[in-house]
Structure formats: structure tokens, C-alpha cells
Design a protein around this ligand. Structure first.
Ligand code: MRU
Length: 353
């Protein structure tokens, strides 16, 4: 599997080290890595989508936090204040994916707990932070695999899946969320085929999903976003599976802009629409999708994407990066604990008990 995001120690000890990530802005042309221990470089990598996808940005932020404080001097209190400031900076990079704030908060909690233990040292605190970041990565790998195990139940021989954006290995520590059941079906010889929406404006579907599936040997066809309805009408899609950046307590799910349109189309054509997420993507503090913050991105992504002007200068641009699919359009939510069914208020609450 792809090592989208990893910690790279300098020697046999975990610290010091750097965070290493595939530079996804270069795909599909080149698979190159960015290695850094610089806070601003990690912030920039998350902001520019060098690393993207909800779980992956959480892992990147956690390791980025460790990397950025590992060389700091100072007593415990000074160190804790510096860790908090770095975490605040990283958390501001992108607002919608809850995994970012969740992973940073986990590291901060671990750091604070450690600092409160008698005899805690600055080096011990840094190591404790790294251990938490490493645990987040390991748990994510495990969660991806389990989502695959549960999601594969939806597959028969030659199942045709439509997905939107990239919720695969490039968006997580391992097999992905939405693509994990696809990889599991592929491993079992079920020959799944994925139709990948290109995902305007940044083309995560055609640049990333198509790239990673082709690399793994899974059948994939890239389509423009506006073709999904026609494919469903031609009965070429058996199931839709997408990831999410944040799921509210009632099951409303924010995912890449365009997901909502796919869900509406799927309902009209009676194609089941599933969302695949680990528990870290569910935000129990938000009762419904109206409370999910939606990232607004630069107009140039729409008007001048990849260096080619496609909108006349001076024309207004609206560029929300995500939309919210209401829970009534979602057939099931595939998690690492099993598939959740409506009513989601009840099944999601059960997951957290
Ligand atoms: O803007 P991006 O590329 O970070 O958006 C990513 C998505 O919308 C994914 O579908 C989502 O994060 C799920 S990742 C397992």
C-alpha cells in the first residue's frame, strides 16, 4: 500500500525525525515526497493540499506538531505553551475536516497529561507527543482495514462503484475509507470496477483516485462530474461510496463539493449511497450538517486551475470546497465498527457508547 504519510527518524530513535508525505499536487505526473520538520511548511502542505483527505491531514498535523517542537528548549511550561501555539497554527490550515483538530487535541491532551506526571522532563514530553502521533497513524491503518472488512459485504462479483473525490490510500494512513471496501473486494477476486468522478476544481478523482486504483490493478474509469447522472440512467452504477470530512451527530455528512449532487442523483435512480468514515470523522458536538464549517478556497482554483484560464477575468467566482449531504439520502455509514443504518441519531450515539 502507499505510504502517503509517515514519520522518518534520523537514526534508530524515533526523535529527532521529519514528517514525510507524498506531494499530491504533483500527481499523477510524478510521485515525489516532501520531507520537513518545519511548522510553516507543514501548515502550507495542508493548506495547499500537498497532503489532503480528512484522516491524512490529521496524521500530518500530529507528526508536524512533533517535528516542529522537537528542537525547542525550555522548561515544561514553556514547552507546553509552544506546543499549544504550534497546534493552533496547524488547526487553522483547513476548517472542515474534523480529523485535523481531533488529532491535534489528542496530542495536546497526551502532552498535558505527561507534563503533569511527577518527574516529567522536556525530552519525555516530546517523546510522549510522538507516541501519540504514531498511535493515531497505527489506529488509522487498523480502522481503514476494518472499514474494508465491513464494506466488502456490499460487493458481489463485478460490482460497479461510483466515487467522488479521493477517499483512498492517498487520503489516509492505509487503504482509505471509501476505497477500502473496493480494495477488499479486489483482494477477494470479486473484480470491482470504480467510476471515478473527476472532482472539479482540483481533480482529486481523476488525478488521485484513478492513479492509486490503476497502480493497484483495480479497474477504474474516469468520468467528468456532469456524467454521473447519465451513467446511473444507463444502469452502469450499482452503488455509490464516498468518504467524508465531518459527519454530524444526525448523520449529515460533509464531503468534497459535488457529493450532494451525486447523492440526489443516486436517490432518483435508486442507487444506494454509502458514506465510509472512521469514528474520528464523526463530530458529536455538531447536531446536524448546518453547523459544519465549509471551507472557501481561492477563486483561481476555478478560474485558472492548473495554469489555464477558463473564466474571463473579472467574472465573480464562488468556490466552496465541501457540501453537506443530508442523512435521508444516505443508505448506510460504513465504519470500523460495522455499517450504521438509519435512524443515525440512534446508531451513531450507539457507536460512541
Ligand atoms: O479537499 P480534499 O481533497 O482534502 O477533500 C477530501 C475529501 O473530500 C475526501 O472525500 C474526504 O476527506 C474523505 S478522506 C478519507
Amino acid at each position: 500500500m502507499l505510504e502517503t504519510i509517515r514519520w522518518l527518524p534520523r537514526d534508530d530513535n524515533p526523535l529527532p525525525g521529519k514528517v514525510r508525505m507524498i506531494d499530491q499536487t504533483q500527481l499523477p505526473e510524478r510521485c515525489v515526497f516532501l520531507e520537513t520538520d518545519d511548522l510553516e511548511e507543514v501548515y502550507d502542505a495542508i493548506k495547499r493540499l500537498v497532503v489532503r483527505g480528512a484522516p491524512a491531514i490529521g496524521i500530518a498535523a500530529a507528526f508536524g506538531l512533533v517535528a516542529s517542537v522537537q528542537h525547542l528548549d525550555g522548561n515544561r511550561d514553556e514547552l507546553l505553551a509552544a506546543i499549544q501555539a504550534s497546534a493552533d497554527r496547524l488547526a487553522a490550515a483547513r476548517p472542515t475536516a474534523v480529523n485535523l483538530a481531533w488529532a491535534l487535541e489528542r496530542c495536546l491532551d497526551a502532552g498535558r497529561d505527561h507534563a503533569a506526571t511527577p518527574g516529567a522532563t522536556a525530552d519525555g514530553l516530546k517523546l510522549r507527543l510522538w507516541q501519540e502521533a504514531d498511535a493515531i497513524l497505527r489506529e488509522d491503518i487498523e480502522m481503514c482495514r476494518r472499514i474494508g472488512e465491513f464494506g466488502v459485504e456490499l460487493f458481489a462479483k463485478n460490482t460497479r462503484v461510483l466515487t467522488h473525490c479521493n477517499a483512498g490510500a492517498l487520503a489516509t494512513g492505509d487503504f482509505g475509507t471509501a476505497l477500502s471496501p473496493v480494495y477488499a473486494a479486489f483482494e477477494r477476486g470479486l473484480s470491482p470496477h470504480v467510476y471515478s468522478n473527476e472532482t472539479r476544481p482540483l481533480l482529486q478523482g481523476s488525478r488521485l483516485t484513478a492513479w492509486e486504483l490503476q497502480r493497484a490493478g483495480v479497474g477504474v474509469t474516469s468520468i467528468c462530474d456532469n456524467m454521473a447522472g447519465q451513467l446511473m440512467r444507463e444502469q452502469r452504477i450499482d452503488v455509490v461510496i464516498v468518504g467524508a470530512d465531518r459527519v454530524a451527530a444526525n448523520g449529515d455528512a460533509a464531503n468534497k463539493i459535488g457529493t450532494y449532487s451525486v447523492a440526489v442523483l443516486a436517490q432518483y435512480h435508486q442507487v444506494p449511497f454509502y458514506v465510509a468514515v472512521p469514528y474520528s470523522t464523526i463530530d458529536m458536538s455538531i447536531p446536524d450538517g448546518d453547523g459544519i464549517p465549509i471551507e472557501q478556497r481561492a477563486p483561481e482554483e476555478v478560474s485558472c486551475g492548473f495554469g489555464q484560464r477558463t473564466v474571463p477575468e473579472g467574472v465573480g467566482i464562488y468556490n466552496p470546497a465541501f457540501d453537506v449531504t443530508p442523512n435521508e439520502l444516505i443508505a448506510g455509514i460504513i465504519t470500523e465498527q460495522g455499517i450504521l443504518w438509519p435512524p443515525y441519531v440512534k446508531s451513531i450515539a450507539g457507536l460512541f457508547e
